[in-house]
Every structure is written in structure tokens, then in C-alpha cells.
Write a protein that binds this ligand. Sequence first.
Ligand code: ATR
Length: 279
Amino acid sequence: MKKMFGVIGDPIAHSMSPAMHNDLFQLHGIDASYLPFHVSNDDLESAVKGLKALGASGFNVTIPHKTEIIPYLDGIDPLAEAIGAVNTVKNEGGLFIGYNTDGPGFVKGLESHAADLLSRSALIIGAGGAARAIYFSMAKAGFKHIDICNRTPNKAEELVNACPYKVDSKVLDYDSAERNLGNYQLLVQTTSIGMHPDIDSVPLSTNNIAQHSFVSDIIYNPLQTKLLKEASVKGASTQNGIEMFVYQGALAFEKWTGIFPDTEKMKANVLRHLGGYTC
Ligand code: ATR
């Protein structure tokens, strides 16, 4: 019987996940369909029950349901529980189990660029939901030193205190992050600053950026944020948010099928899809 997968969110019309996963199912000869489902907050519980009643094999969860879905699941993986957000659900013998592939996807995307990144001293910019998934996953992956800078330092303090994995971290405000930027070989930008239509903004000045540093921005609209442009001019290697998006999808696909797909083909597919509306 054809297997059913999907993504629930609000809004959902622009999600690239259906195109990405349907392409993968076809490529691997798997008889399955992946559909976008527009689910409002009020309908979340009934939507999860409905997906279970219909025998969905798995689904992704996107904004605004990543945290709110947790009470409606039958189980949750420890990393997803620590992060407090689920983006991937797998039907395991009739039970819906929640996972987080966003953070691990980010780390895998980094590793695909350079194996030595793990030993670098890192600075995460931002302390929201995306930063939390990334910070915990980087700590779990073995990064030794990860500082966090945020407009509201308290929120960064909360992240540091809540992290269940051993890592050496301190919290900075933007001024001291700018002054000390040369201490970091890896910068991870997780805020919405620089995202379309705010394309002329940068979260901080790159004046003091270290030579040969690596800068990753999780934004993919535009493909090259002003921060990435400036860092690149100063000699840094850069990565945009396509990587995290593709790798979270690849890890979800692997959870569902046991197959880790070709991420280069996935990237090409996503870029083709994005061509329509990125600036
Ligand atoms: P997400 O789930 O995408 O991470 P979020 O949880 O709302 O979104 O977090 C947004 C992050 O971007 C936060 O770190 C936020 O800083 P604050 O914690 O101080 O609010 C940061 N952010 C968003 N807009 C910002 C701005 N204009 N200037 C500085 N930081 C900003």
C-alpha cells in the first residue's frame, strides 16, 4: 500500500519539503506520497489524531507547532526533548515518536564542509528556537567551546544553563562580540537579521573577523545575506541556510526509510525550487 508522509504547519503553502521528499521517494523507487497540511493551532491535536487514524508513516512539523505538538506524541527522543522542539515524527509500530533533525542537520551540514570545524571555537549569534536546536546539537556533537551573543543576554544565559551536554560557554552582548570576533573560527548566525526583506541589515560588524574563519548563516532567502557577503570579502569561508534545510530533510528521510540520500542532488532540487522567489 502507498505510504503517506507530510508536513504540518501554518503557513505551509511555501514549504519546499513536499518537493524535496517526493523527489527522494521517486528517486529511490519508494511508493509514497508527501503532502503539505495547513493546520492551525486550534486543530493541532485533532490533526495528529487524524494522521494516526489514517496510518501516516511519518511527518514533519514546522512553525508554529514544533513545541506544541510534544504532548500529542507517544514518545520523544532525548535530544528533541532537551531542545523542546520536534520537527520529525515517525510512526513506530503505531506509536508517533518525535525527533529533532534541525540541530543535527545543521551539524552534519557543517561537517560536510570541513571535518576540522568541530575543534573550532564557535560563536552563535541569537538565542531563539533555532539557536537552541543548534547549540544543543553542536554541544552533543562534541564542540568544546561555544559562546552565544544575543540582544537579550538573559535568553542566552537560559540556553547555556539548560544545555544537557558538556560545553564551555559564555554569554556576550553584541558590542563585546564585535570586539572579540577574532577569537572565533566559526560564526553561526541564527537570527532573522538579513532575511528578506531586511536584506541590508547585519547582526554585527565583521571588522574584527578572524582570518580563515567559517561563517554559517541559517537564512536562505537571500542565498547570500549581507553578513555572508561581508565575511566573504574579508576572506572567510561561508555557508547559507540551504545546508541546514537539506540536511534536516535528509536525516528525516533516513529515519523514515533507513536510506541517507544524496544531499548534493537535494541541494540542486531545492535551489531550482527557490529560483522562483528568492531575491
Ligand atoms: P527562531 O525560532 O527562528 O530562532 P525566535 O525564537 O523568535 O526565532 O528567535 C529570534 C532570535 O533573533 C532571537 O535571538 C532574537 O533576539 P532576542 O532574544 O533579543 O529577541 C533575535 N532577533 C530577532 N530580531 C532581532 C533584531 N532586530 N535585533 C537583534 N536580535 C534580533
